[in-house]
Structures are given as C-alpha cells and as structure tokens.
Write a protein that binds this ligand. Structure first.
Ligand SMILES: Cc1cc2nc3c(=O)[nH]c(=O)nc-3n(C[C@H](O)[C@H](O)[C@H](O)COP(=O)(O)OP(=O)(O)OC[C@H]3O[C@@H](n4cnc5c(N)ncnc54)[C@H](O)[C@@H]3O)c2cc1C
Length: 563
C-alpha cells in the first residue's frame, strides 16, 4: 500500500465524533469562533458511537427535589465509594444546563401539561431520541470553524516529551495517512467492547450491548503513550433482555416490573442493596442455584402499558419490539427473560478510564478527555458526557492560549508509517485477525471472569490469561492486511489486547471483592475497606503495567496531577 501522507494543523484536535466529541467541538466553536477544531471520526458523525441508534431517555438529570449533591450521593452508594467525587460533582452541576442546550439544538424532550420535563424515576427524563445523533452532527456542521474528517481511524498520539502534540491516523476508505498537529487534543473515543466472548458469539458476535466499533482505541493510545489509567477492574456488565440485548431499565421503570426467577419468586432483595452490580449478581446467583431463567415480571400489565413499551423500544432497541410483534406474545402475556452481557470497560457507566484532573486533563500535557473514555465518574450517560465535554473543551481553550504549534520529529513519522506499512507486507500470517479476536475473547471469558464463569475469576486464571494475551500480541504482529479496512481491524485487535493487558493487572491488584459480578475475585471474596478504599491506577512503562494506588478524591477538592 502506498500511502499519500497528509499533514494537517488545527488548534484543537478531537478524536472521536460521538456524544462527547461533537459536544466539545460545538462548545469550542461557540466560545471561540476563531479557534480551529478538527474532529477525526472512524465512522460518520451522523450515526456513530453509542447514540447511533438513538436513546429514549436522558439518564442523568437533576429533577425537582434532587440536587447535584444527591446525585453524587447516589453515584457513591452505587459504586461503593470508589468514585472521583470532584469529577462526579462538577459533572452533576452542569447536567441541567447541557440538557437545555441539546433541547435548543432540536432534541424533543417530553413535557407534562405544565411544561415540565416528564421524569422517569429520580434522575431520568424522557425524550424522543431516535435522532439525537443527527441533531448533534447538524450542530457541528453549522459551525464554520469545525472541520470533520469522517472514516479516519486514529491509531496513536504524537508525543513530544510529556506533551501530546497531535495524532496519527489513516483513512478507512482511501490510502491517505494523516499526521495531525494540534495545540491541544481531546480524546472522546468511548469505551471498549469486544474484549470478552459475547452472549452471541460467532456470526452474531457484533450484536452486543455496547457499539462493537468502540474498541477502546482511546484507552490503548493513552496506555501506549504512558498516561495514567484508573479503575479498569470496575468492569461494567449490562443486565439486558435475553437475545435482543435491549435495556431492561425502561421496562423496570415504565411499568415497575420486578425481577422473578423461574419459580416466580422475587429475588432482588435477597442480595442486599439494589445497586447496579447487585442486579446482575443476583440474577447470576439465581441461575447458578438452578432457579433460572430469570425474568422481569410483566405479565398482567395493561394493554396501554404494553403499547407504551412497544413504542419506547422501537425508538431505541427495535429488535425487542420486533421480537414481541413477531412472536405475537407481548410483555402483557409473557414475562421478559433477562441475562447479563459480557463485561465491558466503559467509564460512562462504571469507573474505568483515563485518570484526569478536575479540569479533565490527562497525565500528559495537552491531552484532555471526555465521556466514556474517562474514569472515576460513573453514571455519566449522555448528559454527563456533554457536561464533561464542556469542561474538557473549556480547559483545552485555556491551555492553547498563547501556544504555538510544536515542531514534529520527521523520523518518528517515518517510524509510524513503517509500522503501519508492515501489515501490508507481512507474508506468512499464521491466523486471521478474526481468529485472533475470537481467541482473545475466549481467553478473557474463561480466565478473566466472563459469562462462562458467572463473571468470577481467580489468581491462577488471571496469570494464564496474561500469558495468553502476550502470545496474542506476538501473533498479531504477523497479521496481514489487504486494504485499509483490514488494517483498521488489525489495529482494533491490537488496541483491545492493550486494554485486556491493563485490565488483567487491575483485576489482580484489587485483592478484595467490592462490586459483585463486576469484580468477583474468588481468592478474595469479601470487601476490604481497610486496605482497598482507594483507586487502583496504572501506567504502562517499558512494556510493563505498573500499578499505583491512590487515595480517594473528595467533592470540593481541585485535583491536580503532581507525581
Ligand atoms: C446501547 C446503549 C444505550 C444507552 N442508553 C442510554 C440512555 O437511554 N440514556 C442515556 O443518558 N445514556 C445512555 N447510554 C449511555 C450513553 O449513550 C453513553 O454514555 C455516551 O453516549 C457515550 O458518549 P462518548 O462520546 O463517550 O462515546 P460515543 O458516543 O460512543 O463516541 C465515541 C466515538 O469515537 C469514535 N471512535 C472510536 N475509536 C476511534 C478512533 N480510533 N478514531 C476515530 N474515532 C474513533 C466512535 O466511532 C464514536 O463515534 C447508552 C449507551 C449504550 C451503549
């Protein structure tokens, strides 16, 4: 492959044009119309990332009677106190303001007869959100100082000393290699799916809860560049409708459906507080005890409620609606069977990701992060990603003031190009990318707490997994690409392997069990507040994952990176 090399310059580079990326770009464009912004997106910003298919609620909103303080309290309780209070609180302070902003962009938020947003529970508001991503994309396109590069896969940062000064990437549908120089970079590439063997392996393996195209590239780039990462061991497992993997929360909240086992027993309360992780754990335990399958009890709901559910799922998970319609058995006559997904690394739901300061700067200067890629701040969801994007955008704007473009070392570009070219010239690959991907997912499933072990893992298994993942790294270097699409698949695999490697070290380092199912360490089955009321962080140094323990950061602290 002969690449055409293009060098671009922009004041701010945003990697990933999803929820946070688009919102950050619009924030900068509105505040500083003379600042140039470039979004590099591997898909097309009109329908990329988590919002591609739409959502039907904004899950993070401060409703009447609630406050940013109560939101923080809820997040702390749900995640057993291992959250960055400064991040959650500064996010919560902005939730309602960013909601107004997306409404002004054109999102329909449902209201009651008094004009108040229709709440679903304490923190959710209902929307007509099928078109939320095209709305965001339109807002981006309306700004003259934002340039969008769709179908460009970013593979690594350009680092000078301890500063990020741009990124490398390639076009997925032409032979262009990009060198993008920027005064500041915002990473907004979302979380990591496809690390573990999914519920539907083989032909249907891309049918998963999280977008299969979010492979953790932002994490991997940060890991390779030596950024500090946090809380990878706080994996996220989604409790979903069986087979369709549609959300269960909508059913639970809309018609107050409760969990029952095959004997019709309500089991949730047997397992302690109804936290996000406990709902998954209790369902797994019921299955293990032979009382599965488990269900959301919907039989007996009214026909009106049934219609509401059918409509709600049509907006966000049409496969569930099709299942009801196709089988002729809607939720009023048949309970909805549920199951846990495979584990993901996703900072917007749980706590894994970049270790950032309160301003959302990572441990490398000039590199900011927002959205699911940022750790320490669970229950962010759409509006939390917007809030974080706003903070990162404001911080990046401050950072670039009076900054000039850095010069770039040509030999480092040549080195990167050679690394990429090698995948076109490799002659004897032992396996295909797909085969190695399956092997990685099986290793993680069997030895690192996937679905097949009920999410539990032990020390011995983690050690085996580490060895196997290292072997896969070696095999991946021999892969061959025929075109840039296949090249992207190779990089996706390599990025996932980096995330797996760091994840395995985090799982090993937290020698307790704090979030059942999410982090279920068989050798250390109890919560250990005395030793583990702290963050497990890591940095990749000289090919090794170095674990760092850090003390908890409180609500009113302004956290700055010092060491
Ligand atoms: C199925 C599902 C349902 C959800 N439902 C709700 C809901 O109802 N309400 C709610 O509030 N929240 C919901 N959430 C959560 C919410 O959607 C996410 O937290 C949020 O959208 C994440 O935003 P993000 O910007 O971090 O990631 P994304 O929006 O996924 O953006 C990441 C972007 O980065 C791009 N990218 C990735 N790698 C690269 C690369 N190497 N180079 C260039 N680009 C790259 C991706 O293509 C993508 O466009 C849901 C999430 C999921 C997965």
């Amino acid at each position: 492959m002969n690449f055409e090399v293009k060098m671009l310059k922009t004041d701010v580079l945003i990697i990933g044009g999803g929820t946070a990326g688009c919102f950050a770009a619009v924030t900068i464009a509105e505040k500083a119309p003379n600042v140039s912004v470039l979004i590099a997106e591997k898909a097309n910003i009109k329908r990329s990332g988590c919002l591609a298919a739409g959502v039907n609620a904004l899950n993070a909103y401060i409703t009447e009677g609630e406050t940013p303080e109560t939101y923080l309290q809820y997040v702390k309780e749900d995640y057993e106190n291992i959250v960055r209070e400064d991040l959650v609180y500064t996010m919560a302070l902005r939730l309602n303001e960013v909601t107004k902003k997306i409404e002004d962009m054109g999102l329909v938020i449902l209201k009651d007869s008094n004009g108040k947003y229709l709440a679903r529970g304490k923190r959710n508001i209902k929307i007509n959100g099928e078109n939320i991503k095209p709305i965001l994309a339109k807002a981006v396109e309306s700004k003259k100082n934002i340039r969008v590069l769709n179908h460009v896969n970013i593979i690594d940062y350009i680092v000078k000393g301890s500063k990020v000064i741009g990124a490398h990437g390639f076009s997925i549908n032409s032979n262009v290699f990009y060198i993008i120089i920027a005064k500041a970079v915002i990473c907004a590439t979302g979380g990591a799916a496809g690390l573990y063997r999914p519920n539907n392996p083989g032909f249907s393996r891309h049918k998963m809860w999280y977008p299969p195209f979010n492979v953790g590239s932002g994490y991997a780039m940060g890991i390779r560049a030596g950024c500090e990462m946090t809380s990878y061991e706080v994996r996220f497992i989604a409790l979903r409708c069986k087979d369709t993997l549609a959300p269960t929360g909508t059913i639970a909240q809309e018609v107050k459906a409760e969990f029952i086992n095959s004997k019709g027993e309500y089991y949730e309360k047997r397992y302690g507080r109804p936290t996000t992780y406990n709902r998954v754990f209790s369902t797994v335990e019921e299955m293990k005890a032979g009382r599965g399958p488990c269900y959301l009890k919907t039989v007996g709901i009214s026909k009106e409620d049934e219609q509401r559910l059918i409509k709600a799922y049509l907006h966000m998970a049409p496969s569930q609606t099709l299942k009801w319609i196709d089988s002729g058995r809607g939720p009023s006559v048949e309970n909805v069977e549920i199951e846990g997904s495979e584990p993901y690394i996703v900072g917007g739901h749980s706590a894994s990701g970049y270790w950032v300061d309160t301003k959302r700067q990572t441990t490398l200067k000039g590199l900011f992060a927002a959205g699911d890629v940022v750790g320490g701040c669970p229950h962010k969801y759409v509006t939390g990603c917007f809030a974080e994007a706003e903070i990162a955008a404001n911080s990046a704007l401050k950072y670039i003031k009076d900054k000039e473009f850095e010069t770039i070392d040509i030999s480092s570009i040549e080195q990167k190009l050679n690394e990429v070219q090698r995948f076109f010239t490799n002659t004897s690959p032992l396996y295909t990318t797909e085969e190695l991907e399956e092997a990685m997912q099986k290793v993680m499933d069997v030895y690192a707490g996937g679905i097949s072990t009920g999410y539990a893992y032990n020390l011995k298994g983690l050690q085996v997994a580490k060895e196997r993942i290292d072997e896969l790294f070696t095999l991946a270097q021999r892969l061959r690409a025929e075109d840039t699409y296949q090249l992207m698949k190779i990089y996706e695999l390599i990025d996932r392997l980096y995330v797996c490697k760091v994840l395995l070290h985090h799982l090993e380092a937290r020698k307790e069990t704090r979030w059942r199912a999410f982090q279920e360490f068989v050798d250390y089955p109890y919560k250990d507040d005395e030793n583990f009321l702290k963050y497990v962080n890591s940095r990749f140094e000289n090919g090794q994952v170095k674990i760092i323990f850090r003390s908890l950061v409180k609500k009113d602290e302004v956290y700055e990176h010092k060491d």
